[in-house]
Design a protein. Sequence first.
Length: 151
Amino acid sequence: MSNGLTTRTSRPLTTRDFFDRFFEDAFGRGVAPLGFSGAEATGRDWVPSVDITERDGTLLVSAEIPGLKKEDVDVDISNGVLTLSGKREFEHDETKDNVHRIERSYGSFRRSFTLPSDADASKASAEFKDGVLRVSIPKTEAAKATKISIK
């Protein structure tokens, strides 16, 4: 049964995506036949899970991207938008491996988030450890409200 949340990707959903989700919702994972070709898993977008929190005036963005190296991931802040992107390569050689099931996602991912106006992109930093990318973006001190007297 669906939890009502919508997954957003960088491409429109295909008919195959619709039916995959329908059957996963109805029966859970594992409905793909044993003859499932690994080629179908390559080149399809996937969406890493992301948490965004704030602590001590700093935005913290954590993305789970296991199986990748830091060289496989790009972090960019442009025009107030944080973009995380990368690619997970398919690990099996279909000419040598007899693939029975593919449940891990492969291909490109891209997640973009609009930052608040007080985020200081020039002081952002990122680290990648144990399959988790952590991006820290400090916030500037918000402009203080000023009371203006009317004459």
